[in-house]
Design a protein around this ligand. Structure first.
Ligand SMILES: Cc1cc2nc3c(=O)[nH]c(=O)nc-3n(C[C@H](O)[C@H](O)[C@H](O)COP(=O)(O)OP(=O)(O)OC[C@H]3O[C@@H](n4cnc5c(N)ncnc54)[C@H](O)[C@@H]3O)c2cc1C
Length: 547
């Protein structure tokens, strides 16, 4: 039987959210061009559920990416303060973090970069525009999805971040309630956030009174009561250190999305016939393939990749000649991978973050009924801590997931039994108890309202199978900008490879726009790139450095 290969092949390194969405975009473009494409994702983990976004509850906002890298002297100052103190990011119980070469290079570049205030302002503006573009793309994908993909997005708790379609007062219509508490002059913080979103063109932001919060989300009644006082007219008013902001913001449950999206891609991309006459899937996700090297086509005048080397396995060189065979590197949390593979990589570091997920059984049918409408997403802010938050009735249980907090980890991988994760997970449990004491009381079988919970409480919830703790890495470059577009070996461009990585704290939010722009580098006609795309590619170039 004659082999029938697709015209094009895309090989992806890294099966995180970026790798999977790269595959989806490749499929969309091939479909538009009336072609078939073969896509293989090489992932070093054993399962898709091991990847970063399977453990967090991504908030979707246009400024999600801004939070991680402190600027210049501020980074140096924060690196002196232990992670558990206000404003601190220092880790002391893990070797190889603070004085490593990677750390020194990163700190130096951050400091040098901070001298260029004008350049920083220009980058931040472009970054926010990229964020807004990504918010629009999430909505665009939903609007244009076929019924199966639409259902997948709905099952994955997709809530868009956009201007509301209705009167703008209902949850799940582009806006959400963010809570701020234990923050001196909380209103000033909320007003500054509001001004930022208005600058981006979102017009419906406002501070909500406790009464308005309860009307929109009755499950926040305990929080409102505990953080407000009754004024002389009998109305609840926020205490000075607390407030609620109605703001553009959505979320996506990536734990649910990623495996379903991979199954969808496998079905929709169809099959091809190889030279042995076997029918094969055009989309494949291959696990336990840790890419440790690349090979170059010896017959090409240019630098052109023709194969990969996997840890512990024989090198894999493409035998079939595709019209186009491209590679995209999406190693995310594995900071330094580009460099290890022999490519240029801007000064990089990992910033650890912790997450806590609770699945609380509901003991009675009556309560199941009462909680069946429970569903919100938000961010909860305390001094120096912001938690992305998704909570809802899921599979007859109360699901509450929170993720956030940060510490400088250089190129080391954090572990959940280290001090940072243990301490931050306990803080997260206490924050959940501050906002939703009703559910934590249910989980612990006692009234926890207004109480401080201990590490023993957290361990107890883990033993009951209610709590799942996790810690992972946000990968960043020194300027906090994602790295995307062409890949270089000693400043020499590789003709068939690009990268989409270093998405820091915003890889869920910024994924779509970053991939969209990154893909434009391998389009043959680059003269058609608009000014915005050119700016993003220049700022995000993988051979950038600040000298
Ligand atoms: C605690 C925490 C909270 C966060 N909250 C949010 C949020 O609310 N909103 C938001 O938008 N973002 C959030 N983020 C950021 C987001 O998770 C990341 O930006 C996103 O995961 C980046 O996606 P990625 O695919 O680039 O990297 P990853 O998700 O890290 O995936 C990269 C994959 O590549 C694989 N890999 C690496 N090297 C190799 C190799 N050599 N060979 C094969 N495979 C390899 C890895 O195993 C991994 O599975 C948060 C992150 C953390 C840690």
């Amino acid at each position: 039987m004659k082999s029938r290969y697709p015209e094009d092949k895309l090989t992806i390194i890294g099966g995180g959210i970026i790798g999977v969405l790269e595959a989806y975009f490749a499929y969309l473009d091939a479909q538009k061009a009336g072609k078939k494409i073969r896509v293989t994702i090489n992932e070093r983990n054993k399962n898709i559920s091991d990847t970063t976004t399977s453990h967090i509850v991504p908030s979707l906002t246009p400024d999600e990416i801004l939070a991680v890298v402190p600027r210049g002297q501020e980074l140096v100052k924060k690196l002196r303060i232990l992670f558990s103190e206000p404003g601190g990011i220092r880790i002391d119980d893990v070797e190889g973090i603070n004085n490593s070469d990677v750390a020194e290079k990163f700190i130096k570049q951050v400091q040098q970069y901070s001298n260029d205030e004008q350049g920083h302002q220009a980058r931040t503006k472009i970054l926010l525009e990229l964020g807004k573009m990504s918010m629009n793309l999430w909505q665009h994908i939903y609007d244009n999805a076929d019924p199966r993909l639409k259902k997948i997005l709905e099952e994955s708790n997709f809530n868009p971040c956009r201007e509301p379609n209705t009167n703008g007062e209902a949850l799940h219509d582009g806006y959400r309630i963010d809570l701020i508490y234990n923050v001196p002059n909380a209103k000033a913080k909320a007003n500054s956030m509001k001004a930022d979103y208005e600058e981006l063109g979102y017009t419906s932001c406002k501070i909500l009174s406790p009464k308005e919060v309860i009307a929109r989300d009755p499950f926040l009644a305990d929080f409102c009561k505990n953080n407000s006082i009754i004024d002389e007219f009998g109305e609840r008013q926020w205490k000075d250190d607390s407030v609620a902001l109605w703001r553009p913001g959505g979320c996506i449950d990536t734990q649910t999305l990623l495996p379903k999206l991979c199954d969808y891609l496998k079905d929709i991309m169809g099959k091809y016939t190889n030279e042995s006459g076997q029918s094969k899937d055009c989309f494949q996700m291959k696990f336990e393939r840790n890419v440790v090297g690349v090979s170059y086509n010896p017959e090409s005048e240019n630098l052109e990749i023709n194969g990969l080397r996997f840890f512990g396995k024989e090198p894999k060189i493409h035998k079939h000649q595709y019209e186009h065979s491209d590679y995209v590197f999406c190693p995310g949390e594995a900071v330094g991978t580009l460099k290890k593979l022999g490519f240029n990589e801007p000064a990089y570091s990992g910033f650890a973050g912790a997450s806590l997920m609770l699945n609380i059984p509901i003991p009675t049918k009556q309560l199941v009924e009462q909680y069946s409408k429970f569903n919100h997403c938000m961010e909860v802010h305390q001094e120096g801590v912001v938690l992305a938050w998704q909570a809802r009735f899921r599979e007859n249980k109360i699901f509450i997931g929170v993720a956030g907090t940060k510490a400088f980890y250089s190129d080391q991988r954090p572990h959940k039994d280290q001090a940072f994760a243990k301490d931050r997970n306990l803080l997260q449990l206490n924050m959940i108890n501050d906002v939703l004491p009703e559910f934590i009381s249910l989980a612990l079988g006692r009234d926890t309202s207004g109480k401080k919970l201990t590490i023993e409480d957290l361990s107890h919830l883990e033993k009951l199978g209610i709590a799942e703790r996790w810690v992972g890495t946000r990968s960043v470059a020194y300027d906090g900008f994602p790295t995307l577009g062409s890949v270089y070996k000693k400043d020499c461009k590789i003709t068939n490879a690009r990268t989409t990585t270093h998405l820091g704290s915003g890889g869920g939010s910024f994924s779509l726009a970053s991939i969209f722009v990154s893909r434009s580098t391998l389009n043959k006609d680059q003269t058609e790139q608009d000014k915005f795309t050119q700016d993003v590619l220049r700022y995000g170039s993988s051979n950038r450095k600040f000298i």
